[in-house]
Design a protein around this ligand. Structure first.
Ligand code: NAD
Length: 290
């Protein structure tokens, strides 16, 4: 059997087009344009690339991008003052502070300073709590994108065995909450799990967010399972995921490629969250399917 390849690029393009349509109607109805503020501290090259592509995607969706680039030696006090200013700015619907921050800044304190209702990255503890308790809030973009890809494969997720490999606050934990909310039976596998393979073997759905190239081999996969590979690992052979694609694709029912799977969905979900934030702040209904 050969798996269906889940086309993250196509699904991300469709999501971005839906958001762009919603934004155009929003602008016509409300007379203002949704805005996303992105804050970058320092010159980390990877972060710089991410910030640029987030700005581009924001503009392509018809929204305004406010970019704040601060020097690497910016103090925490100055950064917190900027966050407070963005919280108070009515033109800003979403605030994103690009991570990682320089070591002299307390990342948790900065995230906690963001207004949870503008926290389009979904990293604020209030939004983590809302997700855990089933309240509306903002869900981190990468796991939200994974859930959308899963929904594209399965019309019903209830009752399926989902195994999430990784327990980071950004991917693994919110992913586990999302599939739990869909009534999957959820197992979280992490670095201290005794027999990771045994857990993954029984999964109908596998989400891999480990950060180790090819960590999950095809012999870990239950025939017909859906495999979502979040991993982005740079190797001599180029970018690869946490799943050994060739062997897993021979046994899975559906699988995301790396690149071209989860990655494009992450930015599309950031655009989606920003638009949803603008709608909530204006009391506008959000399109079905968003
Ligand atoms: P992280 O390093 O914070 O977390 C990795 C997790 O893997 C940890 O919770 C750890 O318990 C688990 N782990 C480590 N070794 C393990 C082992 N031997 N067995 C089982 N579990 C083990 O990483 P993260 O931020 O969650 O990111 C994970 C991967 O996803 C990375 O490759 C990252 O680059 C990628 N990522 C991709 C996107 C995207 O948009 N596609 C977004 C975020 C992260």
């Amino acid at each position: 059997m050969t798996a269906t390849i889940i086309d993250g690029r196509a699904q991300a393009a469709a999501l971005r087009a839906t958001v762009a349509g919603g934004v155009a109607a929003f602008v016509a109805a409300r007379g203002r344009t949704p805005g996303l503020a992105v804050v970058l501290v320092g010159e980390d090259p990877a972060s710089s690339v991410y910030v640029r592509s987030k700005g581009r995607a924001t503009r392509e969706a018809g929204m305004v991008g406010f970019e704040h680039r601060l020097a690497a030696d910016t103090t925490e006090t100055v950064l917190l003052a900027l966050v407070a200013q963005l919280n108070a700015d009515p033109a800003v619907d979403g605030i994103l502070v690009q991570l990682p921050l320089p070591a002299h800044i307390d990342t948790a304190r900065v995230i906690e300073a963001i207004d949870p209702d503008k926290d389009v990255d979904g990293f604020h503890p209030v939004n983590a709590g809302r997700l855990a308790t089933g309240l509306p809030g903002f869900v981190p973009c990468t796991p939200l994108g994974c859930l959308m890809l899963l929904r594209g494969v399965h019309s019903h997720l209830a009752g399926l065995e989902a195994v999430v490999v990784g327990r980071s606050n950004i991917v693994g934990k919110p992913m586990a909450q999302l599939v739990l909310a869909e009534s999957c039976t959820v197992t979280v596998v992490h670095s201290r799990t005794r027999d990771a393979r045994a857990h993954v073997r029984r999964a109908d759905i596998v989400v891999a967010a480990v950060g180790i190239a090819g960590f999950i081999g095809g012999d870990w996969i239950k025939p017909g399972a859906t495999v979502i590979d979040v991993g982005i690992n740079r190797t001599d052979e180029g970018l690869v995921g946490d799943v050994d694609f060739a062997s897993a694709a021979a046994i899975a029912g559906a699988i995301t490629p790396v690149p071209g799977g989860v990655g494009p969905m992450t930015i599309a979900c950031l655009i989606r969250n920003t638009y949803v934030s603008a709608c909530r702040r204006e009391g506008v209904a959000v399109e079905k399917g968003l």
